[in-house]
Ligand binder design. Structure first.
Ligand code: GDP
Ligand code: IMO
Ligand code: MG
Length: 431
């Protein structure tokens, strides 16, 4: 039987999933994205080069790895072509990439609608990436959307496009937005099909072929983070898919029995980009210092990320929901230099202490973090190769996270580069 690894974000996204996926990609025969789209921004750093990927899996830099964009994704063909062009321009030309024929296709009006819905929300806007992610998933579940495989059958594509435009142009008109001409969109998408049509296939068949083989390793790369999950996150300030390990079977077209070995990627503190409650958020100089040291600015939108302490309430919750086996504790180097570091162990809500996030944002917004204070450390740890070499205070911080979450820390990341990775768990060292 194959070996599997599921890499998921356990906070509000941008935890370092791209770095971790790339770290394992040299040993993975296949890397599969199973949800989200080009709202993601996954950074990979090696050999002095930095790359940012939106919808293309982070295994793309290893020529031997098969990269799959699964059926649960929303795929924007314009953006895929642009991303591939960017990679080509930087000499990344030797790769293997397949796109599911069942993946929902982002159409030009989806981004327009995303922007218009946000504008209508006024102060209560979500702060989306405006890539059309929500509108594309809405159309998928309304059964009016187009799918990537449609591009391979021009007549069928034309029929689906006509049907979609009949409704969408009405909506666009009502919102005072530009309407789309059938022929223009048809020609544009047929041109895109010429460029990426050969990559579109039944990827579930491909993945299952690998899962059944003893000598294959398959890595599932989540996007976003559990607290942005449409079901379990801080609804409605969430994305429109399930970034959980539970999203893998549906989003990749595999049976649930293949889902094990879940690596929860977590920053050693927390960040959030966009609106919505964030109980451990910091607003003082410490937030500024962490933001600057961690270069906490959005990969996709460039927005400054909000910064807060590590939240063990969130970590326990996402650990439970996604069945996290190990943490990959990221950006640990960024905490160096702070006198004290804090961890949130519970929330005080209306005079009571609770240990799991409430379901409504009205209650979550009233939650005050219950914090424990720990000694900080001054040493630069970005060159540390083994757990034992870490300062005692840093070790104590890791141990506290393990104790509070009852999940071991399997990886500690001390810098953006591939090589700045300490693998603690024996199972992960062998993977
Ligand atoms: P993703 O969306 O989960 O893949 O994460 P992003 O790439 O959006 O954001 C993570 C940022 O942190 C990127 O700029 C990474 O290069 C950087 N990064 C990842 N791990 C570390 C680390 O251990 N230390 C530091 N200083 N930066 C890191
Ligand atoms: P990665 O994979 C951080 C956030 C947006 C917004 C909300 C909804 O890089 O971790 P959407 O465009 O999805 O409808 O926006 O979700 N968001 C992310 N935040 N990292 C991401 O991806 C995100 N993808 C979406 O900022 O608050
Ligand atoms: Mg990101």
């Amino acid at each position: 039987m194959s070996e599997r690894l599921v890499v998921i974000g356990s906070q509000w996204g941008d935890e370092g999933k791209g770095k971790i996926t790339d770290y394992f990609a040299c040993r993975a025969d296949m890397v599969v994205r199973y949800q989200g789209g080009n709202n993601a921004g996954h950074t990979v750093v090696f050999d002095g080069n930095k790359y940012s990927l939106q919808s293309i899996p982070s295994g793309i830099f290893n020529p031997a790895t098969i990269n799959v964009m699964g059926n649960g994704m929303v795929v924007n063909p314009v953006s895929v072509v642009a991303e591939l062009q960017k990679l080509h321009d930087r000499g990344i030309t030797d790769y293997q990439l397949f796109i599911s024929d069942r993946a929902a296709m982002v159409m030009p009006w989806h981004a327009d609608l995303d922007g218009a819905y946000e504008a209508k929300k006024g102060d209560s806007l979500i702060g989306t990436t405006k890539k059309g992610i929500g509108p594309t998933y809405s159309d998928k579940y309304a059964r009016t959307g187009l799918r990537m495989g449609d591009l391979l059958e021009p007549e069928y594509f034309a029929e689906r496009l006509r049907g979609a435009l009949d409704v969408k142009n009405l909506e666009l008109r009502m919102l005072g937005l530009k309407e789309y001409d059938f022929q223009e969109v048809y020609d544009q998408y047929m041109e895109l099909a010429k460029q990426i049509g050969h990559m579109i296939t039944d990827t579930s068949d491909l993945i299952n072929g690998y899962l059944r083989r003893d000598d294959k390793r398959v890595l599932f790369e989540g996007a976003q983070g559990m607290m942005l999950c449409c079901d379990h996150g801080t609804y409605p300030f969430v994305t429109s898919s399930s970034p959980s390990a539970a999203g893998v079977p549906v989003g990749a077209g595999v049976a649930p029995k293949w889902i094990d070995n879940v690596l929860g990627v977590a920053k050693a503190y927390c960040t959030r980009v966009g609106e919505g409650p964030f109980p451990t958020e910091l607003f003082d100089q410490r937030a500024h210092d962490i933001r600057e040291r961690g270069h906490e600015y959005g990969t996709v939108t460039g927005r400054p990320r909000r910064v807060g302490w590590f939240d063990a309430v969130v970590a326990r919750y996402t650990g439970r929901l996604a069945g996290i086996d190990n943490w990959a504790l990221m950006l640990f180097d960024v905490l160096s230099g702070l006198d004290k570091v804090m961890i949130c162990t519970g929330y005080e809500l209306d005079g009571e202490v609770i240990t799991s996030p409430p379901s409504t944002i009205s209650r979550l917004a009233r939650c005050k973090p219950v914090l424990i204070e720990m000694e900080g450390w001054k040493e630069d740890i970005s060159g540390v190769k083994n757990f034992d070499e870490l300062p005692e205070a840093a070790k104590a911080y890791v141990r506290k996270i393990e104790e509070l979450t009852e999940i071991p820390v399997g990886i500690i990341s001390v810098g953006p580069d591939r090589t700045q990775t300490i693998t603690v768990a024996e199972t992960l060292r062998k993977w």
